[in-house]
Design a protein around this ligand. Structure first.
Ligand code: FAD
Length: 312
């Protein structure tokens, strides 16, 4: 038994788990791509106090990973060592105070957008189109249609991987495009976002517009993780990732059931249930093809996690 499993077996024998603890837990369903190995320990956490206690007591060398709704992750077939933490229901609260929305880390983006419509606060409409939860959105600096988290971020509460509570202010955080440097070893438990008074109909119309555009531009009902590659910085290429994919004819590439969606050339469509290796290999092949044909090295937007299993 590993040190991590030992710790959790001992902890659960002596404490009531608020949430859920599972061992050797399949993560395939925790990722929108529908593949991936097991978490050595999966902890669906429903108490902030217990999360802090566990993180403080868990030996430092034990691996910690946090996931949200799994809409931006590829979990490798060898699974994830140590504990995989997912925030549970008690982290889904949403409130408003003056011109701010305060959302728990596990609140779904689209529910946060709906809530802000209900209380006549605008500025968060873009969230209605992003799958995932607010913790994941902050970790990824998620955004669309000119809006992203960095533009409305005021502050957040987090817990570091060793159980220390951290308050994050805007000035502490240097967001980049689809990147938040603090997401490497922090769990975002609550996020405060700036909003502005608007009337409900105008907010609703903006959200409807976003969602109509998304239905037209994005595939539905497929196993995907949204944009596979980040758009390159403008000093590297004026073309967006999807344009580079098309220009280099990469949108016609495929590998054992993995290809790009015909509706959106930067969205992977995973039609196989066998392995995450195939998806990772497909990404590498595409990256190489684009580099060779355009000289641009695209960076993955998808987060790859865990241990690669040897190909058979
Ligand atoms: C169909 C589709 C459309 C998409 N469209 C967009 C889009 O328009 N714009 C866009 O930006 N993205 C888009 N995405 C990608 C994805 O939805 C976002 O990146 C989303 O914010 C990820 O949130 P999540 O909860 O699913 O996080 P996950 O995918 O579970 O995790 C993503 C990263 O966030 C970290 N993380 C998750 N929760 C927390 C937390 N509480 N604290 C700290 N770190 C955390 C994880 O460790 C991981 O590194 C799309 C994805 C899909 C499948």
């Amino acid at each position: 038994m590993s040190e991590s499993v030992n710790f959790f077996k001992y902890y659960e024998a002596n404490n009531k788990i608020e949430g859920r603890l599972a061992y050797n837990y399949s993560l395939a369903k925790s990722s929108w791509l529908g593949v991936g190995g097991n978490a050595e320990i999966f902890y669906l956490c429903n108490s902030k106090k217990q999360l802090i206690e566990i993180l403080k007591k868990l030996p430092k060398e034990c691996n910690r990973t946090v996931i949200g709704q799994g809409s931006n992750i590829l979990i490798r077939d060898g699974g994830i060592k140590g504990v995989v933490i997912k925030l549970g229901k008690i982290f889904q609260n949403i409130n408003n105070l003056d011109n701010t929305i305060i959302a728990g880390g596990a609140a779904l983006d689209k529910i946060v957008a709906k809530f802000s419509e209900k209380v006549s606060l605008g500025g968060l409409e873009f969230l209605s189109g992003i799958p995932g939860n607010i913790g994941g959105a902050l970790a990824m600096n998620a955004g669309c249609y000119d809006g992203d988290i960095s533009k409305i971020f005021i502050c957040a509460n987090g817990i570091d991987y060793y159980g220390n509570e951290i308050k994050i202010r805007k000035e502490d955080l240097k967001f980049e495009y689809r990147y938040n440097p603090l997401a490497l070893n922090l769990i975002f438990t609550e996020v405060t976002l700036l909003a502005e008074h608007d009337d409900q109909l105008s907010i609703k119309n903006k959200m409807d517009k976003i969602n109509i555009e998304r239905v037209l531009a994005q595939p539905k009902g497929i196993k995907t993780s949204g944009s596979t590659f980040k758009n390159p910085a403008s000093n590297i290429s004026k073309m967006k990732a999807w344009e580079l994919i098309q220009r280099t004819d990469s949108h016609h590439m495929s590998l054992d059931g993995v290809s790009f969606s015909t509706k959106h050339s930067n969205f992977i469509e995973n039609k196989q249930n066998k392995s995450a290796n195939i998806i990772e290999d497909f990404c590498n092949l595409v990256q190489k093809n684009i580099l060779e044909k355009s000289g641009v090295e695209l960076e993955l937007e998808i987060k790859i996690m865990g241990i690669r299993k040897k190909d058979k």
